[in-house]
Design a protein around this ligand. Structure first.
Ligand SMILES: Cc1cc2nc3c(=O)[nH]c(=O)nc-3n(C[C@H](O)[C@H](O)[C@H](O)COP(=O)(O)OP(=O)(O)OC[C@H]3O[C@@H](n4cnc5c(N)ncnc54)[C@H](O)[C@@H]3O)c2cc1C
Length: 477
């Protein structure tokens, strides 16, 4: 999305400039996350409200300047008109223009003055229009093939830098087994996503062991290495939309999809670790529609991987292996319906047993601990309040009726956010925080998201910073 936005901006506004759009994967929609996303794009027609909210989302993280926030929110006010200027029609749904806003509320309503934050999306199912923004953007890239050369299977490898001036002169890429050097007349815009498929970086930056990315197979952090070679400063390397516990087969070969959302609901049972104990508030979903007051410290929920930890919204680490434990009553209510109409035990997603002790033995967790955990859980359900992790009271289902079940859970995640730091003009900064001349960034690669995240915030960043970077690169800002 960042790359197609940058390319289309060159075509639409570049006064004859041309663009080489390199795509490592062999799919015209990209080998990253964009085409698999839910397609929700944050946008606004209320600059002041959105700016106040966006600044508040920085929380305790002071790495993102007010200037960056202002540039970002200005871009959000322009998205709908910009897409329409490119030809978007009725298939573009703009929340503040429609009566039905799909109940869209900010992810952190406690921090948003008006409790409302807009969004746009393509929703052309009925009209035969575009159903996803990346489809629309790729169609624009195709329409502009006179100015945009879109190469698939083309992997960028290294940047060329003038050793005296630090200017970026171009880059080397690999295509069809050949290495090609390309000169950049104006600059290079790095739009190569995150490092979802680089297990070494995930271990180093996220202490993530065995977490499963939902997409982003070509996103191996190449751009981070390329920018490190030219001494870019990195930021937000621990930023990630995740983790969520999700079903895995016992042998680790099968994973459940999370249907493109962050909210995975495991509210018919409990999740325990290999010690047989609960360790977090296991119910997915923002819970923000259940707000009774605006005190962020006391709310629970799962907001793109952040949870309430000690009154603050902190990144939720998850261990590589957990178990979702529930009883026959929960099974009858659809505890595993996400896996479809199957017998999850027969198809090796987990175990069942007539006794808790027998189940613990199959799970290889301490039987005494699991028994105590379940007895305690049942007492909380009876009392009607989870005073351990403050689960919403309408999710307190006891574990009473045999047989008992344990489904294997592993962490998965949507996308990383780390990469080179960028300025309010989209320039990538060096170790002294000076712009590296002619080098820019956009999208998830070196994202401006720092502390709390609002859904729709990554795609909007692709549109925003794709345009900002190109305009500054071409001197048309
Ligand atoms: C299931 C899911 C649902 C989501 N839903 C939403 C949503 O509704 N709203 C939202 O805002 N965000 C959503 N996100 C997050 C969002 O999809 C991403 O953050 C966003 O798409 C990132 O866009 P991007 O262009 O920066 O990177 P990507 O789309 O990941 O693109 C990066 C591109 O760079 C290419 N590349 C990588 N290395 C190289 C190289 N060396 N040379 C050449 N090319 C290279 C990759 O092949 C890829 O095509 C979702 C994510 C997932 C996984």
């Amino acid at each position: 999305m960042a790359g197609t936005t940058a390319a289309v901006t060159v075509a639409a506004e570049g006064n004859g400039a041309t663009c080489l759009l390199l795509e490592k994967g062999d799919n015209e929609y990209g080998g990253g996350n964009s085409q698999y996303s839910a397609g929700m794009i944050s946008a606004t027609n209320d600059y002041e409200n959105a700016l106040t909210y966006f600044k508040a989302l920085r929380g305790e993280n002071d790495t993102v300047s007010d200037e960056i926030c202002e540039a970002h929110i200005t871009a959000l006010t322009e998205h709908a008109d910009w897409l329409r200027s490119l030809g978007a029609g009725d298939d573009l749904v703009v929340s503040w223009e429609t009566e039905d806003n799909d109940g869209y509320v900010p992810e952190y309503p406690e921090l948003c003055p008006t409790q409302y934050f807009g969004r746009i999306r393509f929703n052309g199912e009925e009209t035969g229009g575009f159903t996803h923004v990346q489809q629309f953007m790729v169609s624009k890239v195709k329409e502009n093939s006179d100015t945009v050369t879109h190469l698939l299977g083309a992997r960028a490898l290294h940047l060329f830098q003038d050793s005296d001036t630090n200017e970026i002169l171009g880059l080397t890429y690999e295509v069809d087994g050949k290495t090609v050097n390309a000169k950049a007349n104006h600059g290079v815009i790095m739009c190569c996503g995150g490092f979802e498929n680089n297990s070494e970086m995930l271990q180093n930056y996220h202490k993530s062991y065995g977490a499963h990315p939902l997409a982003g197979l070509c996103n191996e952090g190449d751009g981070i290495t390329m920018c490190a070679e030219v001494k870019a400063h990195m930021w937000h390397m621990n930023g990630i939309a995740g983790f969520n516990n999700n079903f895995s087969t016992l042998d680790g070969s099968g994973f459940a999809s999370n249907d493109g959302g962050a909210a995975i609901v495991h509210d018919l049972g409990i999740i325990v670790g290999t010690h047989g104990r609960r360790y977090y508030m296991e119910v997915g979903g923002y819970n923000n529609k259940k707000l009774t007051d605006d005190d962020l410290r006391v709310h629970v929920g799962h907001r793109h991987g952040d949870q309430n930890l000690g009154g603050m919204w902190m990144h939720q680490q998850l261990p590589p292996l957990s178990w979702y434990v529930f009883d026959q009553a929960a099974m009858d209510q659809g505890a595993t319906k996400k896996l479809g109409d199957i017998d999850p035990v027969a198809e090796a997603w987990g175990y069942k047993d007539e006794t808790i002790e027998g189940l613990a033995s199959q799970m290889d967790v301490p039987a005494e601990e699991l028994s105590k955990t379940i007895a305690h859980w049942n007492s909380l359900c009876e009392a009607g309040e989870d005073l351990a992790f403050y689960r919403p009271s309408d999710t307190l289902f006891p574990i009473l009726q045999p047989p008992f079940y344990a489904m294997k859970m592993i962490p998965n995640f949507l996308n990383t956010n780390g990469g080179p730091e960028r300025s309010a003009k989209g320039e990538i900064l060096d170790l002294d925080r000076n712009p590296i001349p002619h080098l820019y960034g956009a999208g998830e690669f070196g994202s401006i998201w720092s502390d709390m995240y609002n859904g729709g915030g990554n795609l909007t960043e692709c549109l925003a910073w794709g345009r900002i970077s190109v305009r500054n690169c071409l001197g048309i800002a």
